[in-house]
Ligand binder design. Sequence first.
Ligand SMILES: Cc1ncc(C[n+]2csc(CCOP(=O)(O)OP(=O)(O)O)c2C)c(N)n1
Ligand code: SF4
Length: 285
Amino acid sequence: MKFDDLDVESEIENTWCPGCGNFGLLNSVKQAVKKLEDEGIGRDIMLISAGIGCHGKIFDYLNIGGLYSIHGRESATIQGMKFANPELKVMAFGGDGDAYGEGLSHLIFAAKRNADITMIVHNNGNYALTTGQKSPTSVQGFKGPSSPEGSVNEPINPLRVLLSSDAGFVARGYPGKMQHLTDLIVEAVKHEGFSLVDVLQPCVTFNDTYEKYNELVEVLEKPAETRKEAVELAEEEERLPIGILYKEEMPVYNEKVYPEGNPVEDRMDREERLEAVKKILDEKR
Ligand SMILES: Cc1ncc(C[n+]2csc(CCOP(=O)(O)OP(=O)(O)O)c2C)c(N)n1
Ligand code: SF4
């Protein structure tokens, strides 16, 4: 497929609520894809996936090849793509309900094995598409259809969870700082290994956090030197630091499993596979 003549944004009608933080995120992704194209990472080697939710609609709004996944499984889907063809750059979009609830174990193990994927989480603190139920990142006291009296749970801190899972690139962005978010996405895609960009995404309909974020968000000058310091940054509540909290180069999963070669190109045909299996069985006899 030739992408050169196609806009990054598709012509599909956008149905997000007016004012939704997803618009800023979409714009940042569009700008990031253009920057990556200028740097030689074109859409011919890029694939995306998305979970199910308001966030997932971004899959329709982008002219990038990929596979729409199921709830919480977008990180597993892009791991498969990358593992099959290491030439690819893969990126997935998840929601906080989706990636930090249903899909959390996939995300933790992707970070643990340092799969070379980029995960962008539209963290709006609720299950928005299903009308605002509390999610793993909803603040204590959050009121929604499943917590009419206010949630009694403490939210999880996804950055701390992923930092504790040995993630090599952990960042937080805010659509209200669109250029900054664009640069974070570019850096995350270029990072060789697992990268997470947690996006503080206001949901104007069920969790309007613009005022809070505009007050508390602060751009970090540089990443923390150590993982421990990064966790401390992630835990700050008086301000919300955005930027790359932590970055570390580590061996990448697919290169550890097969240092050379490309499973898609080196694929055996059926006869060769049967022959290889037969040989292994004969040797075991
Ligand atoms: C396995 C499974 N469980 C539940 C659902 C129903 N469901 C669809 S979207 C959604 C909520 C999505 O919330 P979130 O991931 O936070 O995304 P948002 O809509 O906030 O962007 C749920 C529970 C589903 N599609 N599949
Ligand atoms: S419900 Fe919330 S997250 Fe979904 S489109 Fe509307 S504002 Fe955005």
